[in-house]
Design a binder for this molecule. Structure first.
Ligand SMILES: [Mn+2]
Length: 389
C-alpha cells in the first residue's frame, strides 16, 4: 500500500493525480493545508504499518522530521519530494528529495519532480498527455506561464477552483488515461471564459482598495481579499511597479500572502519575519499578532492609492513636454525632460533629484508621494493658469 500526503493547491493535487495514475487503488491520498500536514504525519506514524509514505509539496516540523527519520531507519518506506527552497535541508536525508531548479535552470514543481520520480522507478510510463498536464501545473506553480504567456496553465488552475477537488481529480485522471493530448472540453472552455471575466472585474474592484505602507525598508501594497490571490497579487504588482510587493490579507482565513514581480525582492524573507515561508516571488504566513498589527491596524485608516487617469489624450506618460501628477496633500508635480534628464517640478519649484528616464521619475513620485496622473481637465487648467501668469 501507498499513502500520499500532499498540499491542497493545484501542484499538490497534481501529485495526487499522478500517484493515482501510478498506483490506482493501492494509494490513499490526503490533501492538506501547510498547517494540517503535521497532524496527518503524526497520525500515520501512530497508526499505519507496511505502507510506503510519500509527502509532496510540503515539509514537516522538526519533531516529525526526527520521527520520520527513525521510521525510515527502522525500515519504513518513505519519500519527501518538494521544491520549496525552505525545505532544502531535507536533502540531508536519504528519504528527502528537494530540488528548486533542474539542471537546465528551470524552476521545478512538486508535480514535475514526482513525475520524474515515478518514471525513473518505473511506477508510471511517460505519456504525452501526462507530460503536457505536468508542464501546465509546473508553469502555473512557478509563474513561468506568465513569461510564456501560456494562459492554458492559468486556466487549469481556474478549473481546479471551479469544481470540487474530487471532481477535478477524477476528471483529470480519466482524461490523462484516455487521451493522447491534454485538452479542455467545450463546456470547460465556456465556464473558463466566464471565470476570466469575473476575475477581471474582481481585480478592478480590488485595485481601488489598495493602500500603500512602508514596512521595514520595503514598500508594500496592502489589500484585503478572499479570492483569486495569485491573479490579484500578480496584476496589482504589475500595475504598481513602484511597490516592492503586494500583501493580500485573508481575514476569514487569518492568513496572508505576499507576491512580488521584482527580481531583487525575496518575499519568502518577508514571510519568514512572520513565521511563514514560500518562494522568492510568492510566499505566505498565518496572521500572527505582529502581522496583524503592521498590516491590519497599521493600514486600516489609510486611504487607497488613487489610480492614474486612464482616458487622457493630453496628459500622458513619457511625454517630454510634461506629465502632471497630483497628490492627496494637494501638491502638483510636473515630470518633464530637460536635455538628457528628467526633472520634477513640485508646485512650480524644481526638485533637486534628476532621473535618467521618465519611469524612474514616476517611480519616485509614486513611492514617496503616492501621486497619480492627473486628468486632462486638471492638466489643461494647470497650463491655462501658467499662460495667464
Ligand atoms: Mn508547489
Amino acid at each position: 500500500m501507498y499513502k500520499l500526503l500532499s498540499h491542497n493547491d493545484l501542484d499538490g493535487v497534481g501529485c495526487g493525480i499522478l500517484a493515482k495514475l501510478a498506483f490506482g487503488d493501492r494509494v490513499k491520498v490526503r490533501y492538506n493545508s501547510i498547517g494540517g500536514l503535521n497532524r496527518e504525519v503524526e497520525w500515520f506514524l501512530d497508526n499505519v504499518k507496511d505502507t510506503f509514505l510519500l509527502i509532496t509539496d510540503l515539509s514537516v516540523n522538526e519533531e516529525n522530521e526526527k520521527r520520520l527519520d527513525d521510521y525510515y531507519k527502522q525500515g519504513g518506506k518513505l519519500k519527501l519530494i518538494d521544491h520549496h527552497k525552505t525545505a532544502l535541508d531535507f536533502n540531508d536525508y536519504d528519504w528527502g528529495h528537494v530540488v528548486v531548479e533542474d539542471e537546465e535552470g528551470n524552476a521545478t514543481s512538486a508535480t514535475s519532480l514526482l513525475y520524474e520520480y515515478l518514471i525513473k522507478h518505473k511506477y508510471l510510463e511517460q505519456k504525452d498527455a501526462i507530460t503536457e498536464f505536468v508542464e501546465l501545473v509546473r508553469q502555473y506553480d512557478t509563474w513561468e506561464w506568465e513569461k510564456y504567456e501560456n494562459e492554458k496553465a492559468q486556466r487549469l488552475n481556474s478549473l481546479f477552483f471551479l469544481v470540487s477537488m474530487d471532481e477535478f481529480e477524477e476528471t483529470m485522471i480519466r482524461r490523462l488515461q484516455s487521451s493522447d493530448h491534454f485538452y479542455f472540453d467545450e463546456f470547460e472552455e465556456k465556464i473558463l471564459d466566464m471565470e476570466d471575466d469575473k476575475i477581471d472585474r474582481y481585480i478592478r474592484r480590488k485595485r481601488r482598495e489598495l493602500v500603500q505602507k512602508k514596512v521595514g525598508e520595503l514598500y508594500a501594497g496592502v489589500v484585503f481579499a478572499e479570492s483569486y490571490h495569485s491573479e490579484l497579487g500578480n496584476q496589482l504588482g504589475k500595475d504598481y511597479p513602484h511597490l516592492d510587493y503586494i500583501a493580500i490579507l485573508n481575514m476569514g482565513g487569518r492568513r496572508m500572502g505576499f507576491r512580488t514581480i521584482h527580481e531583487e525582492i525575496d518575499v519568502s524573507e518577508v514571510a519568514a519575519r512572520f513565521d511563514g515561508g514560500g518562494h522568492a516571488k510568492a510566499a505566505g504566513c498565518s496572521m500572527n499578532d505582529t502581522a496583524f498589527n503592521l498590516f491590519v491596524e497599521g493600514t486600516f485608516h489609510l486611504e487607497p492609492l488613487r489610480e492614474d487617469a486612464r482616458r487622457n489624450r493630453f496628459n500622458v506618460k513619457d511625454s517630454s513636454f510634461g506629465a502632471l501628477y497630483q497628490s492627496r496633500s494637494d501638491d502638483i508635480f510636473l515630470i518633464f525632460q530637460e536635455e538628457e534628464h528628467w526633472i520634477i517640478k513640485k508646485n512650480d519649484e524644481k526638485m533637486e533629484h534628476s532621473f535618467s528616464n521618465f519611469m524612474n521619475a514616476e517611480f519616485f513620485l509614486k513611492r514617496y508621494y503616492e501621486a497619480w496622473l492627473a486628468r486632462d481637465d486638471v492638466f489643461v487648467k494647470y497650463l491655462m493658469d501658467r499662460v495667464k501668469n
